[in-house]
Design a protein. Structure first.
Length: 293
């Protein structure tokens, strides 16, 4: 009996040690799980609210789930004209800003990585400033600039502002892709008789495409989501975030939750496509011709 008790005591004492050891081994996974839950639970709540019947409590976002679930808001997702107009304005603004900032930012990244010129280090520093500057400072500065030059606030000033703060993010993303770029494939294309334009089109651009797509996706998301800079420089133009901010004072329509869920699903799909492109580019870059024996 005493021997059985003596055997049980070490096992009981070792239990906290095993638990502590397991916790140390899985601490990073647990932390990552909590971080992801912290970011994704609000989005999940919005998705649930898009199916909830808010007919008895329409003036509040925090309506009770026990009112029941319905698909009527999804069936009439575009039944609010002002909301549709604001959403289309945001999409138009984000599309134009993405195209312009991606084109300018990609060329700037190529110049900063592959060429040496006077002021290159200062340019690298200045590119980070818009990312580190508080948005309220950036919005007020741009507003002052437009007023000094007598520009009427509206869609044009919004477009200039969005292109300005998106360029920095594009340059950083594309530059990180260029830093790890294997230029020997370009040299091989040149040795085979390809012109610089053909080399860029058929070799450089396909390998840079995942980074460019990722930068464009980031620029689009930043433009669609921006509120502070847009609020300073909007004039009479109303974007989706500005509409939501104004609507919460009088009662946000449930269609906002539906459109937010659609935008999240669209973003996830786009991210999945970019990740697939990146893996494909990595496989292409890892291919090497077989050496002759």
């Amino acid at each position: 009996m005493e021997s059985a008790t003596a055997t049980a005591r070490p096992s009981i004492a070792a239990a906290p040690i095993r638990a502590w050891s397991w916790l140390r081994e899985n601490a990073l996974k647990i932390y990552t799980g909590f971080a992801l839950a912290y970011m994704l639970i609000p989005i999940a709540v919005i998705a649930v609210f898009s199916f909830a019947d808010a007919s008895q409590n329409r003036d509040h976002l925090s309506f009770a789930i026990n009112n029941g679930f319905t698909l009527k808001y999804w069936e009439h997702a575009f039944s609010v004209p002002d909301l549709n107009k604001a959403l289309m304005t945001s999409f138009k603004l984000a599309t134009l800003a993405t195209i312009a900032s991606t084109a300018i930012g990609t060329l700037m990244a190529i110049a900063l990585v592959r060429y040496r010129f006077y002021g290159r280090r200062a340019s690298n520093l200045l590119l980070v400033l818009p990312m580190a500057t508080p948005e309220i400072v950036m919005g007020a500065s741009l507003l002052s600039l437009f007023l000094i030059y007598g520009l009427a606030l509206g869609f044009s000033t919004l477009l200039i502002a969005h292109i300005m703060f998106c360029i920095s993010f594009v340059v950083v993303v594309v530059r990180s892709r260029l830093i790890g770029f294997d230029r020997s494939v370009e040299d091989a294309a040149a040795d085979l008789g390809a012109t610089p334009i053909e080399t860029f089109r058929y070799v450089t651009l396909p390998l840079l495409r995942p980074g460019i797509l990722a930068a464009a996706l980031l620029a689009f998301a930043l433009s669609v989501d921006d509120f502070i800079v847009s609020d300073f420089n909007k004039g009479t133009t109303e974007t989706f975030p500005i509409y939501v901010f104004g609507a919460h004072l009088r009662g946000i329509p449930v269609q906002v939750n539906v459109m937010a869920t659609m935008l999240f699903a669209l973003t996830v799909t786009a991210i999945g496509f970019v990740l697939w492109q990146q893996r494909r580019a990595e496989r292409l870059a890892s291919v090497r011709p077989e050496q002759e024996v």
